[in-house]
Design a protein around this ligand. Sequence first.
Ligand SMILES: Nc1nc2c(ncn2[C@@H]2O[C@H](COP(=O)(O)OP(=O)(O)OP(=O)(O)O)[C@@H](O)[C@H]2O)c(=O)[nH]1
Length: 235
Amino acid sequence: MSESDSTVPVKSPVSQRIRYRLHQAQRRFHANDNIADFIEDGEMAELLDEVQEKMVGVLQSLVIDTDNDHNTQDTARRVAKMYLNEVFRGRYVAQPAVTEFPNVEHLNELMIVGPITVRSACSHHFCPIIGKLWIGILPNQHSNLIGLSKYARLAEWVMSRPQIQEEAVTQMADLLQSKVNPDGLAIVMEADHFCMHWRGVKDSDSKMINSVMRGIFLKDTHLRLEFLSLINNKR
Ligand SMILES: Nc1nc2c(ncn2[C@@H]2O[C@H](COP(=O)(O)OP(=O)(O)OP(=O)(O)O)[C@@H](O)[C@H]2O)c(=O)[nH]1
């Protein structure tokens, strides 16, 4: 815990109050963690004002004349809103409600959902990661079936945080495993990383593809190949 977070005066900045609660609960708050449980009513509006104020400082340090440049006058507010309410929203809001249905018909055939569009950002440069995600599920009679749209809603919640792709797919797999409790779970993500396209090495063509296989997908080569060939036909 940093010294400034260990004791929190009542009128301290809202981010400091939230960090204090996280430290007290000994909860991790990395860039790809959700911290909704530690934010009280009305504090998102305060956080917006605080991030805006800090963004004003960044623009000043970039020597941009925000007083006279009509294009950047409201940029600090726009960027703060974009981070908190859009591109990093998955850190600050609670998990979307997911209706779970019992597997009454005891379905146990491979089901594939995708491609789900992924919009994320890398935690190193905060550059966009844009890609696609496929999910394969082999339910059993005890599995919960969740509505099709909920796969996309859960993916959006996990992905709209700064992160690395390897951890994003693992988080997605852990979440679906806990919701659906299937015999097998497979996830493949293919994405463009703008930190490689727009800057740095400036390689416009390369993508990152990674997968997570759980349960029967690890043991059953035929099932794994069936999943991979079905999604390959659609890519
Ligand atoms: N493994 C992994 N690396 C990523 C991901 N997104 C971005 N990166 C890479 O993370 C690295 C960032 O760390 P550094 O190498 O210290 O950054 P840098 O000095 O700006 O590196 P360059 O991008 O090569 O200019 C870069 O190589 C990125 O391409 C991801 O999802 N997974």
